[in-house]
Design a protein around this ligand. Sequence first.
Ligand SMILES: Cc1cc2nc3c(=O)[nH]c(=O)nc-3n(C[C@H](O)[C@H](O)[C@H](O)COP(=O)(O)OP(=O)(O)OC[C@H]3O[C@@H](n4cnc5c(N)ncnc54)[C@H](O)[C@@H]3O)c2cc1C
Ligand SMILES: [Zn+2]
Ligand SMILES: [Zn+2]
Ligand SMILES: [Zn+2]
Length: 1009
Amino acid sequence: MARAGPAPRQRRRRGPYSSLVPPAPPTPGHAVTGAEAAAAAAAAERGLRLAARIVLSCARSARLRRGAGSPGRRAASRLRSQRCLLPPDSLHLSGAKVSPGGCCFSDFGEETRKLFGKRGGCSWRRERWGSLLGIVRALSPGERLPPAASPHSGGRNSLARPSQPRCGGGAPSQPCRCCRNLPGAATTRSDTSGIARFSGTMATPRRRTKKKASFDHSPDSLPLRSSGRQAKKKATETTDEDEDGSSEKKYRRCEKSGCTVACPVCFASASERCAKNGYTSRWYHLSCGEHFCNECFDHYYRSHKDGYDKYTTWKKIWTSNGKTEPSPKAFMADQQLPYWVQCTKPECRKWRQLTKEIHLTPQIARTYRCGMKLNSTTVKRVSEVSNHWWYSMLILPPLLKDSVAAPLLSAYYPDCVGMSPSCASTHRAAGSTSPGKLEPSKAAPSAPAPGMNRYFQPFYQPNECGKALCVRPDVMELDELYEFPEYSRDPTMYLALRNLILALWFTNCKEALTPQKCIPHIIVRGLVRIRCVQEVERILYFMTRKGLINTGVLNVGTDQHLLPKDYHNKSVIIIGAGPAGLAAARQLHNFGIKVTVLEAKDRIGGRVWDDKSFKGVTVGRGAQIVNGCINNPVALMCEQLGISMHKFGERCDLIQEGGRITDPTIDKRMDFHFNALLDVVSEWRKDKTQLQDVPLGEKIEEIYKAFIQESGIQFSELEQQVLHFHLSNLEYACGSSLHQVSARSWDHNEFFAQFAGDHTLLTPGYSVIIEKLAEGLDIRLESPVQSIDYSGDEVQVTMTDGTGCTAQKVLVTVPLALLQKGAIHFSPPLSDKKMKAINSLGAGIIEKIALQFPYRFWDSKVQGADFFGHVPPSAGKRGLFAVFYDMDPQKKQSVLMSVVAGEAVASVRTLDDKQVLQQCMAALRELFKEQEVPDPTKYFVTRWSTDPWIQMAYSFVKTGGSGEAYDILAEEIQGMVFFAGEATNRHFPQTVTGAYLSGVREASKIAAF
Ligand SMILES: Cc1cc2nc3c(=O)[nH]c(=O)nc-3n(C[C@H](O)[C@H](O)[C@H](O)COP(=O)(O)OP(=O)(O)OC[C@H]3O[C@@H](n4cnc5c(N)ncnc54)[C@H](O)[C@@H]3O)c2cc1C
Ligand SMILES: [Zn+2]
Ligand SMILES: [Zn+2]
Ligand SMILES: [Zn+2]
């Protein structure tokens, strides 16, 4: 599970893709013994993968280094309903395979064999987790390098510049089969076998381009290889005119089959002998409206002609930066075709052709005005561009010049991501030596573009994987292919425009991105620019609908809807004004769709509820932490609002009752054992013969007992207490006692790319975002919905007071706990499948306490850390105030916040606030026994479990359940009833981010219906 707390003890977190980096060595000098140390590397390595999700609970600290399960990602089929631009490679990451040649379980003792439920034989030989985990590692040799990260897995790597490491293993001198086929590997430049088609995605078919230039025997490419005379001969042989015996021709048709032009005109006018619109021995076809004559071809291609130097200079630059063949046609398209620009006068809007010496700039495109009438030929050529067939007759895809995306994509071949290799912006980083070889450091992933928020990393870098909401710049995702199937043959134009749009959006996310703002940045020669301008609108609308751009707290005026009119004629009722409901409402409202939000409470926000009554600090009674900021929509909204977050520090000392700070070696040792326990759980569940799910708590206890028994290790009382501290963090993460949680699926979402990067405290509180999302929306507070009738043509929603309203669609975002209790009556009733899924998830609960003190009594001991841990004195008390957060990053105000989790939640339910406060103060006085701890001047205790409209904190998978239930919850009914909320987001459950994204997802679905 990923969960909702901070990551106070986040020490060596490396994120869910940490499997790409070598495991951290065991900490020297800590108390783990020899065999443990050996296994520690393995455990730590996996642990890191889990890191991101865990952060929620500071307690998670431990989990930050642990990891159960491999970092898999979502299944392709689910891409449809989620934000679909996640990397499809993730498919491969779900679970390492057991190597047939791996060790057998005969190394395990009887008890442990039973736990694994298979293979037996030898006795338990080694004593420690080290041996257990060592074997476990041997059984999972493939885990460290997820397939997606390897070039074997697909197109992204193959399109990276060649200096990128290409093979996850094996000596470079002995490339594996896959590597040999990689386009771009030094020896395979013209190899055509490795076009990345992977999991339904489509890589830029640059290889096809090259093949055409090199080997294609079509009339188009032949002359590129033959002499002018040969070309003339062949052409002569095939023309009708020749059949009648005539030797003098007035003109010649273009030989490209399907070309619609009767009398081509040479656009190049480069040679003095240019055929212009007359006879040439051969026409070179670029598009149906663009040809050049054989004389102009010779002008650049023949070494004794004037244009040769220009061509060779260009060729050199192209070769050193690009990947496609530097052919004369590419030269003409890149350097000689005229630019087309549209007159900006509203009453004109005609397309004009600039002379070829004029380089189009965004400035010219923004301001161009014509004064002349277009001649009819030009008009015809322009109008033809819109035809469906025109694009199929285009020989070379458009490669944008000076694309805004260039700084973000410098590690790729420009022509593989829709950019021209010839312009300065796409030149390889200065200082790299051999052409096409980019030093790894230069291609280092994740370097933000200048001026861009560092949390915005919309594009994967070569060899990167596992980052949520990140796209491959060289690959169309499945949902893109569904929407734009015409680009499946050659996705370059789509990629060029999509990458440009994403880069423009993340460069300025405070304003809506419109087609008009994109168009001036489409700099490409030829008629294809007209086509690009037409296409950019469609692509932009698609990305807007999906919530990839023009999202967050953006608030557009009623006359500036983000989607065209066809989308507007819908009405939607949204039930619940939490993050999910408000996200959907904001999106739909911005699209131009009529939305009404019905909220039961007298306030918006749901489980976001900030207390601003403490002096100088905002304390979230509900959410306040952001778990992984890279590409997190919360980070986007903070940027839009100009809010900065506080990045949590790593330090989190564990203080024992009595006041001692736990020796770091004990802390590390028990952290290690805790992670090892979870690692064994994840090995256990790989065994598919173990059909039965069991509670996570039970499984951990079972493994722990077997280990103690077989290893003979005795943990001290303190060590056991520290272990309980870690378990308590896990309970905080799950929002439940471990005895309710599924051992099989407790961390189901870890199989999908999770949010990487910093874990932060949203100091001003989530409500700043919530309020902005809600601005200008039709929200009706104190309107609790009692029933939804969708048996007719419209949905009828009735409130508890009997009043009602109707709409075409309804979006339900109420908390899972209320769905479980049937708080809303559906007619017809929800299907058994849906009810089963609803009941297979758990409505987790935690409570918070916050206290303001007259002064910061903890400062000298805690030394500026953002949190400190409380080692529970016994197992029975482990959920009570396990971590204390210092709520003022400036370290001026004196406010602490802590959490009650696990079994302890039930114990405080019967207490009144004052009694809970007393327990908390007693704990603090134990932790700071050496000093006077003042009484708080102010405090609050939350009661989420008894809040009638919430009744929970966040969801988890109950024993016997699975992550699939989240998807089933999200399924819409008859195109009328839709569901959003944190418990409908399989990839990102439990969090505000997940709730928000589920709202965006449903808005997209509703708009498309
Ligand atoms: C103590 C606590 C700490 C948390 N910490 C974090 C954290 O640090 N980071 C993080 O990301 N997440 C955290 N979370 C989780 C996060 O708050 C939730 O995941 C998120 O708010 C869920 O949003 P939602 O829109 O799905 O549901 P909600 O926010 O619950 O919104 C649902 C709305 O529906 C309304 N409603 C219910 N029934 C009806 C009805 N019949 N008619 C009309 N309206 C109705 C409710 O009043 C509510 O406003 C925390 C939660 C809690 C409780
Ligand atoms: Zn010519
Ligand atoms: Zn032609
Ligand atoms: Zn004009």
